[in-house]
Ligand binder design. Structure first.
Ligand code: SF4
Length: 149
């Protein structure tokens, strides 16, 4: 199976603070499948580390007030190009990110409040019909697959 994953889940230090979101289930999937890693924010030209950003009134804005929407959307388009070329069977993305979040994201107030909705990359990939899951859904997805085999 071909799987596309958020690079921070694979242990790459591309998170806004220079760290990662290494995930053991993702690492086990990487051992058994053909995996492509993407970091839309780095692909959009943002540095690491970088000022964190959230989506405020539909516009990606950094905590220092700079509008960084164009870079986030450029990264999303580049990820879509990769997905259209590679045709992954499954895409696993990091939770709550303004790029990668699938089900929820922060509300733009930088207060830790969450709202329903996706990050800009997840939204673009979903709108093009790709099967996109939040990494937090992986345990139940894996359990369901085990029951089928
Ligand atoms: S943009 Fe996505 S892949 Fe990159 S650090 Fe943020 S959550 Fe991880």
């Amino acid at each position: 199976m071909k799987i596309m994953v958020s690079a921070c889940l694979a242990g790459l230090n591309c998170k806004y603070n220079g760290g990662n979101n290494r995930n053991e289930i993702v690492l086990s999937l990487m051992a058994e499948n053909d995996v492509i890693t993407i970091c839309p924010e780095e692909m959009g030209g943002l540095p690491t580390p970088r000022v964190p950003a959230e989506i405020k009134d539909g516009v990606v804005t950094a905590r220092d007030g700079r509008v960084v929407d164009a870079m986030f959307r450029d990264g999303a388009r580049k990820c879509l190009e990769v997905a259209l070329r590679e045709k992954p069977d499954l895409i696993v993305l990091q939770s709550r990110s303004p790029s990668c979040g699938v089900k929820q994201r922060y509300d733009g107030s930088f207060s830790g409040k969450l709202v329903d909705g996706s990050g800009v990359t997840a939204e673009l990939l979903i709108s093009h019909g790709f099967r996109v899951v939040d990494v937090e859904e992986l345990p139940s997805l894996m359990a369901a697959l085990c029951r089928l085999t």
